[in-house]
Design a protein around this ligand. Structure first.
Ligand SMILES: [Zn+2]
Length: 129
């Protein structure tokens, strides 16, 4: 797995209030379905763990998404915009919502709810970062 992806997965888990580090493995829950997910200490994703961009990367720079992108600092790779999700949940969101773009009302609802959930789980990263 690419180093940049491992680093982003670790940033997401370090700033996730639900994440606990136990036995060399990070344990947390999918942002969508709350299924248990795990990540190795070096950032290698285990099982179906994948990196979710809560506000889709393609929405950045689009006027209709400005209210969302402002909440994560105008950077798709900001840790506030990163979360762990099941590959299936992540892929489903990407296909059914993200692709419609920020002009779609249902897509905005889904992204808004996920962003609220992500920011509610935010914690400042510890000395590991
Ligand atoms: Zn899930």
């Amino acid at each position: 797995m690419r180093a940049a992806l491992r680093r982003r997965l670790l940033q997401a888990v370090h700033t996730d209030a639900l994440a606990v580090f136990d036995g060399g493995v990070w344990q947390t829950r999918c942002l969508h379905c709350r299924r248990a997910l795990s990540l190795r200490e070096d950032g290698e994703a285990l099982g179906t763990t994948s990196l979710e961009h809560v506000v889709p990367s393609a929405w950045f720079g689009k006027r209709a998404a400005a209210a969302f992108t402002a909440r994560v600092g105008e950077d798709a790779e900001d840790p506030r915009n990163l979360a762990l999700a099941c590959a299936a949940c992540n892929h489903g969101k990407g296909c059914s919502h993200d692709a419609r773009g920020p002009g779609d009302e249902r897509a905005r609802e889904v992204v808004s709810a996920l962003l609220d959930a992500r920011l509610a789980r935010w914690r400042d990263a510890g000395p590991r970062d």
